[in-house]
Design a binder for this molecule. Sequence first.
Ligand SMILES: Cc1cc2nc3c(=O)[nH]c(=O)nc-3n(C[C@H](O)[C@H](O)[C@H](O)COP(=O)(O)O)c2cc1C
Length: 367
Amino acid sequence: MDLSPLFTPFRIGKLELPNRFILPAMQRELAPGGVPGQEMADYYRRRVEGGLSLIIGEATAINHPASTHYTKYARLTPAALEGWQRVLDAVKGAGGKLFVQLWHQGAVRKEQLAPNPQVRTISPSGLIQTGEPVGLAMTAKDLADVRDAFAEGAEIAKAMGFDGVEIHGAHGYLLDQFLWHETNLRDDGYGGDLAGRLRYPCEVVAAVRAAVGPDFPISFRMSQWKERKFETRVAASPQEIGLITAALRKAGVDIFHASTRRFWIPEFEGSDRGYAGWVKSTTDAAVITVGSVGLNNDIMSSLYGEDAGSTGADGLAELLRRFERKEFDLVAVGRAALGDSEWVRKVRDGRFTELKPFTKENLAFLT
Ligand SMILES: Cc1cc2nc3c(=O)[nH]c(=O)nc-3n(C[C@H](O)[C@H](O)[C@H](O)COP(=O)(O)O)c2cc1C
């Protein structure tokens, strides 16, 4: 099997990547008090040395009081910037590129675990994925404050030397709560039909674009699935995927990161095209695929404590087939690159038997 097409360079505006393999955002809890530590810098540097062409840093809470309850997840507060500089220096020093993933939990934030339990959890309609009430519905001021915090985070990232930002619009967090009809019941123009539900995510993207100017790459991570509801769909049809990508592209997105648990699963009946492939068919923006690349089980199995074996060369044949069919431009390799920091180099060199599996220990320990 000739995997060389996946080792061709790719350009997004002025950003040139040497190959198609990137690291998706993965939370590692390496930021005590929200400040990235040396361990995080070393962990990302090793992945650059292992051949990944772009690192999308883990979900990073924007500087808004209700953005997260976690205390060991990175933030983009002024106090955290020194830590981020260390990470940037490590990644750049190894010749890599780094995006930061801008994130707000919305209704998923747990007030009782937050550093300041007085700050209320906010979301489009005060509802969590299951439809249960949680916290408060966002006021007009909340909408403006959160939007501005996303924009300010992107502005800081650009000024510090990051190569781009990814806006987290997936997996049931705040912006996805706007996109999904079950968590967005607003009747003020930010809810209703898909066009209405897209309005706030688009305003956030537009504010980020205005803050960083025309040449700074903006990725938008989107998913159909929610962490606890796999069967759910934001877009019920290819046409709705087209509505989403058209609106967000117009607002300023350069890259769509189409998040799935298994990249090869057909998204709609009557075609074997995957989610990324449908996204790609509707846009001229770059598209990233993701989901069990190189591994024989999915992320949720790993989070429930199972190990995942390497699929070796065979598992990559389907990836190559879809790449050559132009279903995506870039491939995010998550757990496989946690289990083996050398994953990309070994694949490039055909050393498939040397690929290490992903084990439950990899969730806690890093090599
Ligand atoms: C430990 C861990 C942490 C994760 N944290 C994030 C995150 O911060 N932001 C995000 O968008 N996705 C996160 N994800 C999802 C991954 O980015 C990726 O989509 C998922 O692991 C599927 O890819 P894989 O099968 O190659 O691992 C996380 C996954 C894992 C395993």
